[in-house]
Every structure is written in C-alpha cells, then in structure tokens.
Design a protein around this ligand. Structure first.
Ligand code: SAM
Length: 274
C-alpha cells in the first residue's frame, strides 16, 4: 500500500519505464554506495524512526531499515509514485507520495531525516531543507548528498553528442528546470551554508569519490531514461531523437572498449537539529 498526498511538481521521474531503469541500472551503479554511506554517517540507532525524502527506488531506505532493525521504522517518501512502485522497500518501509516542502508529517516526528541526491531538484532548496528540519526531533540528525562537479569522460561524450542535436543554451535551460540547484550543491562550500541557514548545528561536511563501472549500453540506457535523456527528448523531433540515440551508441563504441570506468565525487552534509 502507498499513501498518497497531492503533489504539485512535475518530474521526469513520473514515468514507469524511467523508474524501472533507475532501479535496475542507475541505483546499483551510482546511487547505492553513497546512500549507504549517508546511512552510516547518520549513526541511526536501533529502533529509530527515519524519513527518507525523495526515496526513489530505496537506495537510502533499504540500508536505513537494516540499521534501525525490527523495532524501528523507515518512511520512504517521493513525489513519484512510479519510483516508489519500482522500489524494493515495499515490505520493509511505509511508502508515501508527497514532496518537500509540504511534508505531510507533524513537527518533530522523526529521529533522523535523509535526502540523498534530492535537494538539487528543489527550486526552493531552503524551504525544502527547512521542512525536513521541521519534521526532525530536537537532537535528531538530518543528512543530504549531491554530486560534485568532477568531470568524467562518459558524461562529457554524452554532452558533446547532445550538443550536436540540440541547442546548448536551450538544453542548459531545460536541464536547469529539472535540476535547478545542481550547480549550487556541486560546490561543497554551499553545503555548510545551506545546513547552517536551516538552523542546524554540529555540521559535518565531506566529499568522497566513487568509482562507477558500467557497460556502455547500460550507461546509455540509464542516460536516455534519466533526466538527461528526458531533457533532450522533449527538445527534438522523434526522428532526431532516434538519430541521436544511434550516434551516441556509435560514439561510445568508437571511444570506449569494454566497460566504462570513471570516478564521481559526492558531497555529504550531516547536521543536528538543535
Ligand atoms: C536522483 S533521485 C534519488 C533517489 C534516491 N534518493 C537515491 O539515492 O537513489 C531523486 C528523487 O527525488 C525525488 N524528488 C525530487 N524532488 C522532490 C521533492 N521536492 N520532494 C520529494 N521527492 C522529490 C524524485 O522523484 C526522485 O525519485
């Protein structure tokens, strides 16, 4: 069962095919390890009640439910019911459709609140984080992550191919519409500023590198189904989209032999509600 609240935000994640590919390819390759590390950094005690905001397919909710054990509870919230339906947390977590800001919970309801790779999606990231802090109890912990700005060869090749098919400025604008705070959170200094601005204390910020390994076909399928693909697809005609996909496949075959292997940096911020 999934509890549903009305959500006002449109999102490329509101798509069953995108959600399935996220769970099968993106989550294990890129999101699972940082989410697990965020759980560790939050030091969730046995029996804790935890909220996972923007839970997606459960990269954070899964390990969080292991950490809090049978006596604890994890609530997995996302604005996309499709992502929650694709998640494997059904038996272990309460699932709720909702959004931040506007979390459908009373003040101080949770011992800890996590949001892994979510705040860059929020136009008003301050209001989003303030609402996460509101539902956290005094002395409870709030944790967030976001990608850093380290470039990688696979991402650069995708961007280069996209530029051959869609106007770069329009692409940048459309991408900004989906991830309005990506650039803000790519700068680690903004983590401390943002957590401090929400009135949180005992702030810990760090950056870790993760090696991603994927077959090129899986990487391309992940990009096509994700925010990058959604942005390009809405800007060009269906024929051009088909040609783009063909060119991307050729370019990756020409450039990379075997599996892709690259490093991505992830910023973490954890803090305490005073
Ligand atoms: C990049 S995915 C991350 C999913 C998951 N946390 C993980 O680490 O795999 C971002 C998720 O946040 C959700 N999301 C974006 N903005 C949101 C908001 N304001 N409130 C709730 N969920 C949101 C999206 O629907 C999507 O599932």
């Amino acid at each position: 069962m999934i509890y549903q609240r009305a959500v006002t935000t449109d999102s490329p994640y509101r798509n069953p095919a995108a959600a399935t590919i996220y769970r099968r390819l993106a989550a294990p390759a890129q999101f699972a390890k940082p989410a697990r590390d965020l759980v560790t950094l939050l030091h969730l005690p046995d029996g804790a009640i935890v909220l996972d905001v923007g839970s997606g397919t459960g990269a954070f909710a899964g390990p969080a439910s292991e950490a809090v054990g049978q006596s604890g509870l994890v609530v997995a919230l996302d604005l996309s019911i499709e992502m929650l339906q694709a998640s494997d947390t059904a038996g272990r977590c309460r699932r709720v459709v909702g959004q931040t800001p506007g979390l459908p919970f009373r003040d101080h309801a949770f011992d800890a609140v996590g949001a892994s790779f979510v705040l860059p999606h929020c136009r008003d990231h301050k209001a989003a984080l303030a609402d996460m802090a509101r539902v956290c109890r005094s002395g409870g912990r709030v944790g967030i992550t976001a990608w850093g700005a380290k470039p990688n060869a696979a991402g650069q090749l995708w961007t280069q191919m996209a530029a051959a098919f869609a106007d770069e400025d329009r692409t940048r604008q459309a991408f900004h519409g989906v991830l309005p705070r990506q650039e803000w959170f790519a700068l680690v200094d903004n983590f401390e500023r943002t957590l401090d601005g929400a009135g949180l204390v005992d702030i810990h910020v760090e950056t870790r590198d993760y090696t991603v390994e994927m077959m090129p076909a899986d990487y391309i399928a992940m990009k096509e189904a994700g925010t990058d693909g959604a942005v390009i697809r809405q800007m060009i005609e269906p024929d051009a989209w088909d040609a783009f996909r063909r060119r991307v496949n050729e370019a990756f075959r020409e450039r990379f032999a075997g599996a892709l292997r690259f490093v991505r940096d992830v910023h973490f911020g954890v803090a305490t509600k005073s």
